[in-house]
Design a protein around this ligand. Sequence first.
Ligand SMILES: Nc1ncnc2c1ncn2[C@@H]1O[C@H](COP(=O)(O)OP(=O)(O)OP(=O)(O)O)[C@@H](O)[C@H]1O
Ligand SMILES: [Mg+2]
Length: 408
Amino acid sequence: LSTETAILLPSAKVHFFLKDRATYEAANRLQGDWRFARVAVQVHDGGVEDAIRFYAQNPSPEILFIETDSTGQDFVGRLDALSQNCQANTSAVVIGPVNDVNLYRSLTAMGVSDYLVIPVPEETLAEVIATSLIEKLGASGSRLIALAGSKGGVGVSALAQAMAWISAETLGQKTLLLDGAGAWSSLPVGMGYEPAGSTSEAIRAVVAKDTDSFRRLIFNAHEKLSVLATGTESMLETSPQIGQFEEILNTTMASYPVVIADLSGSVPSLQKTVLSRAHETIVVATPTLSSLRQARGVMQEIKKLHGGGASIDLVLNMGGFAPGKEVTKSDIKAAMDCDPAAVIPFDPKLFVGAENEGKKISSEKAGQEVCEKLLPLVRKVVSREAASTATAEQGGLGGLLSKLKPKK
Ligand SMILES: Nc1ncnc2c1ncn2[C@@H]1O[C@H](COP(=O)(O)OP(=O)(O)OP(=O)(O)O)[C@@H](O)[C@H]1O
Ligand SMILES: [Mg+2]
């Protein structure tokens, strides 16, 4: 599994028209893949003629797989007929009997997005669908790093800010830092901004595709680092739109190669939404029994959310704040089944000092050492080379039509 496609996929429809039994069964098993929880898979018996009839009556899906026995000009003609019954954004994948490079080339040149040979294993189907849907969503290359706390006040916001600076400054990536804590957010003080609106306003703006209103909510801390400056809402009311927080991810991941989400102070449902889509999750805990117990629980739940395949790391913060009373390294390993990916020392002068002044911890020597420990965790999913965020539309079947027409 590539890290890029190891995320909960967006809502979409995928249809198959198949004859080969093994491929048919593989397609039917897709719905059991955790990434496909929101992908509606329909598997039909048949081929291109059945599909032509079907889409004369029914709307076409985001991705359509068509199996064919013949690969000659007659089939290409029938694909053209099919394309007239499909929406322009439908991608077509052809499944055929032979491995034929020339056929592959001519089909892809016509707008067919892929050509596969029977029997197609489940993993290949899953990877082709995941890659295509991520491309359509415009999130290709964008990486989501989520930080959650095992309990309140363990330093999630402090470490999220440090990681955001690492991504923007050290790795040179255009980065967005966001949180779902609303009025409870501590980022305004730590990053030095006044909230420009509420989380509901941000959600309404992205749903309405109102870029001007959304841009007004962005605070630019640095040429490469932006923060979604929410927090004007009431402290004691839950934002009515909070259930649609994922819309913010959908929009921002199309234009920021790196999105870092500080989940401290967020309601559990929002945490779950973001954690389901994160490429890398950091659980922050202090080396105390109560904190580690919660960390273990939440890490198990996150693993389950990702069907066991999550990239999740434990970061121990405030090491040394309770000398003699902290859980030892060996006990942590035994209880957690993993070593902490980083241990950050208790240093109130550094952390509270930086927070009060709204500046980054790396402006202090001790802060640079902390950043060096956190760097590998950002690097894990973000490379120095700018990840591409191309939102180019994949040539759909509509593209097939337009390419065939001029030749006639
Ligand atoms: N390693 C550390 N040493 C000393 N102080 C720290 C350390 N990490 C964070 N702090 C300080 O501890 C306080 C709590 O940290 P922070 O606000 O980042 O925690 P949080 O997990 O986001 O809390 P909340 O649950 O309220 O969102 C802050 O004042 C922060 O500056
Ligand atoms: Mg916080």
